[in-house]
Design a protein. Structure first.
Length: 130
């Protein structure tokens, strides 16, 4: 049902934290059964969006060849950590301007790409200012 789908999209977009996303996922599974991969991807994109906002990340772009993460000027990420990350893995990461890092990770599937970005955000989240 189109109206039901739009209502669920709106509920997902209005989630303010990971607990609300988890509760909505549980509700969806209770009402409709196991989620199709497209829905799982949408939920994971919402988790990425929320996590990025909490880290003051303005924009994330990812494709099958890699992508970029653009930080706000006031980002909570320790700059020294980004430098270390790039020095340790120069084939995977590099700076792309003063507020952007580029990652060169080839991925073949959306799920793989989303998982990589989410794991990267989790790593960056551990290196935030207190």
């Amino acid at each position: 049902d189109v109206n039901m789908r739009l209502a669920m999209y709106k509920k997902l977009a209005n989630c303010k934290n990971l607990e609300e996303i988890d509760n909505l996922q549980i509700e969806l599974i209770d009402r409709f059964g196991l989620l199709p991969q497209a829905t799982k991807n949408l939920v994971q994109q919402t988790v990425i969006k929320l996590t990025a906002a909490n880290l003051d990340i303005n924009k994330i772009e990812a494709n099958d060849q890699g992508g970029t993460i653009e930080f706000s000027v006031d980002a909570k990420i320790e700059p020294g950590y980004l430098i270390q990350l790039i020095q340790k893995q120069p084939r995977l990461f590099k700076f792309d301007g003063p507020t952007k890092i580029r990652f060169m990770r080839k991925t073949t599937a959306n799920t793989e790409r989303l998982e990589f970005v989410l794991k990267l955000l989790e790593i960056l989240g551990k290196e935030c200012y207190a």
